[in-house]
Design a protein around this ligand. Structure first.
Ligand code: BTN
Length: 331
């Protein structure tokens, strides 16, 4: 994908340092060792990306707004993470960010590397499904993590990630957001976000955990295929207005980094109470598809590995995976 070049990035940095003020073309040229024409040309290129930069013949240039572009310089703008998104690989279009993440992880990419795309042509979901990933309106990204935990603990990381999505959306937009076990995120009982976590092992240990997040952000109803319209929603549909994907992504990255470090040290235990509070299904009667079996019972709790504890009469089943196909109305 077209990334902002080094000169473009430097000019943006200088303009952003003086919010609401004009910066002269001469100052920009001298600071960066460029000719004035080159500054003019670079600013025209930035405008083509969607940056709003106004100019005045006497005063110079004034920075107004940035486009909602998922590129490294925008994602990192004001992002206070120490580990996540220090390296960002962004694409206009690609098959699946999880697939690219696996290749990069295999060739030694550092922990926290973020792969992000404006569009996916082979977006993958859980249970062998596809993930509808049209251009511009959604967030499709993957983080490469290398937690010092045994492989059996890794799947619970997606529960932790789902909780961070819930918290980020509640904080940013003040809306009612819930999880549906294991890691779907729902608004008004419809899915707004899904998480696909994949484990790469080396010997008996974890080499990397690939955490892929797909979120419907600015999709309108007609952007979804007909068969998804009953079960999927987007932030724009629920809020009645479009929102900044960058803002959502940055908030997620900051909060997930904090919770990831906690998870790496203490596992799921510190998050279980909060998961219970944020769950649309715990304590409710549910129907679950597990492989080719259909089970029903009360979704009692999750255990420390993230398995669902399903109460069936006097028996309890511990389900490491599956899909809740129906749950009692709770809100
Ligand atoms: C689900 O089925 O709920 C999980 C969906 C996960 C989709 C995301 S989009 C970014 C990343 N790349 C993929 O191919 N899948 C995940």
């Amino acid at each position: 994908m077209s990334e902002v070049s080094e000169h473009q990035d430097e000019i943006l940095t200088l303009l952003r340092r003086s919010p609401g003020e004009y910066v002269s073309g001469r100052f920009l040229a001298e600071s960066l060792g460029l000719k004035r024409e080159s500054v003019y040309h670079t600013i025209s290129q930035l405008r083509q990306f969607g940056y709003q930069i106004e100019s005045d013949r006497r005063l110079g240039y004034i920075y107004r707004t940035a486009p909602d572009l998922l590129i490294a310089s925008e994602i990192r703008e004001g992002l206070k993470t120490k580990l996540f998104a220090k390296r960002v690989v962004s694409y206009r279009t690609l098959g699946s960010t999880n697939d690219v993440a696996k290749q990069l992880a295999d060739s030694g990419a550092p922990e926290g590397t973020l792969i992000v795309a404006e569009e996916q042509t082979k977006g993958r979901g859980r249970l062998g499904r596809s993930w509808h990933s049209p251009p511009k309106c959604g967030l499709y990204f993957t983080l490469i993590l290398r937690p010092p935990i045994p492989p059996a603990k890794a799947p619970a990381l997606s529960i932790c990630a789902a909780l961070v999505v819930v918290d980020s959306l509640r904080e940013l937009f003040g809306i009612q957001v819930f999880t549906k076990w294991p890691n779907d995120v729902l608004i008004n009982r419809k899915k707004v976000c899904g998480i696909l976590t994949e484990l790469v092992t080396r010997g008996n240990g974890v080499d990397s955990v690939i955490v892929g997040v797909g979120m419907n952000v600015n999709n309108h109803r007609e952007d979804f295929p007909k068969d998804l319209r009953k079960t999927a929603t987007s932030l724009a549909i629920e809020l009645g207005e479009e929102v900044s994907r960058l803002e959502v992504l940055r908030r997620f990255l900051l909060e997930f980094e904090r919770d990831y470090l906690r998870f790496s040290n203490s596992g799921l235990a510190p998050f279980r109470n909060h998961y219970r509070e944020c769950s649309a299904v715990l304590g409710r009667s549910v129907k679950i598809r597990c492989g080719d079996k259909l089970l029903s019972g009360i979704a009692e709790d999750i255990d420390e590995e993230g398995s669902l504890i399903l109460k069936k009469g006097r028996r309890r089943l511990f389900l490491p995976g599956g899909e809740i196909t129906h749950f009692e109305n709770s809100f």
